[in-house]
Design a protein around this ligand. Structure first.
Ligand SMILES: Cc1ncc(COP(=O)(O)O)c(C=O)c1O
Length: 362
């Protein structure tokens, strides 16, 4: 069984004796506003596409992404989720040793382990609000052929400036940097942070998941962009038709309407800023929990009095599924992550957390 990707809905439903649909899943990071409005109707109207093979390399879908970002389509590859690239890059680039800026998404390490690539972590610390020390990262990058950086980072929310990243990448020309921008579209002014157009940089690839911002994780779509020399190496490991026909069509449709994309991002970003503020405010005076700053809609918290499994159990009684972060290297069973949803649900979760933490004193 594959684990480590958020909470287990079925387990919670079984424990508290309710239906799967009654669980409020705040453990996985998806756009709280849902997908762009027309996606459901588009899928219904285009279901016949599954009767034929799609483009083997999803070139049309890649072109949509490339055109939107103003980059050469030859510098973009489409995959069935960025997961495809995370699990292909270490092999395709012949890496022996990878460095991971952590605590971070566990699949970077899992992919390397599966491919016999050694990993080490450059860990950011709670006492520094998980702000990365780029000098330390630079020193440790010295011995690595691959460096994974998630920007903004899952689960800490730490965001690194574009210029700082460019300097770091420029300093280590023999090391390939994988910058995972899967959550960047949620950040206000994301465009000022993105490296997606830096395809002239020979030692950089950028990952852009479509799953999170467009809330279509079940379709499995994502992109890798980078220099053509790197694209060629990854392409050598590509399996034909790995992005299915409906997924290709949906993403093409999104990029066929480029004028709708930024307004959709902006609507999401404004919603997140407002709702994150309300959630943080609701827990501001609560003892026993510290929320870390984040520019996105998932919030990392440290618990002072009870463990993460215990808080998960208590809010689970109220049907909330939250993320126990014990399995993130560099965190412990004192950390949890909340992925925010609608106003009412976020405030109900805050109330459930308060009650759960207050119970310790009774
Ligand atoms: C940081 C990060 N990158 C990549 C992924 C993989 O997403 P996908 O394969 O759906 O693009 C995830 C999924 O949770 C993630 O958190």
């Amino acid at each position: 069984m594959i684990q480590g990707h958020g909470g287990n809905k079925q387990q919670l439903a079984d424990r508290i004796g309710c239906g799967l649909e009654d669980i409020i899943d705040m453990s996985s990071n998806l756009n709280p506003l849902g997908p762009p409005k027309r996606i459901h109707a588009f899928i219904r109207e285009n279901i016949h596409l599954i009767h034929a093979l799609p483009e083997p390399d999803a070139a049309g879908m890649s072109k949509g992404f490339a055109d939107y970002h103003g980059i050469d389509p030859g510098c973009v590859m489409a995959g069935n989720g960025t997961t495809f690239f995370i699990y292909t890059l270490p092999l395709a680039l012949g890496a022996k040793k990878a460095l991971i800026l952590g605590p971070a998404y566990a699949d970077y390490e899992d992919a390397c382990a599966a491919l016999n690539v050694k990993t080490c972590h450059c860990l950011t610390l709670a006492q520094n609000n998980f702000v990365p020390d780029l000098d330390q990262l630079s020193a440790e990058a010295q011995g690595a052929d691959l460096v994974f950086i998630c920007n903004p980072n899952n689960p800490t929310g730490a965001l690194i400036d574009k210029q700082d990243l460019e300097r770091l990448i420029g300093r280590h020309t023999n090391t390939c940097f994988v910058v995972d921008e899967s959550y960047l579209p949620f950040v206000p002014d994301a465009e000022a942070f993105s490296l997606v157009t830096q395809t002239h940089q020979p030692n950089l690839v950028v990952l852009s998941s479509m799953s999170k911002i467009f809330r279509i994780p079940g379709l499995r779509t994502g992109f890798l962009s980078g220099a053509k020399t790197l694209i060629r190496k990854v392409m050598a490991h590509y399996q034909p038709w790995s992005v299915n026909a409906l997924a290709q069509a949906v993403i093409k449709n999104i990029y066929d309407h480029p004028g709708d994309i930024l307004p959709f991002y902006r609507q999401t970003r404004e919603f997140i800023v407002k709702e994150r503020r309300a959630f943080v405010h609701a827990l501001a005076e609560t003892e026993g929990i510290r929320l870390f700053d984040t520019p996105v809609y998932f919030v990392l918290a440290r618990l002072d009095r009870i463990s993460a499994p215990e808080l998960c159990r208590r809010v689970g009684d109220d049907r909330f599924l939250i993320r126990d972060c014990a399995n993130f290297k560099g965190l412990s069973d004192r950390f949890v992550r909340f992925s925010l949803k609608t106003h009412e649900i976020n405030l109900a979760l805050a109330q459930s957390i308060k009650t759960a933490l207050a119970r310790e004193h009774t």
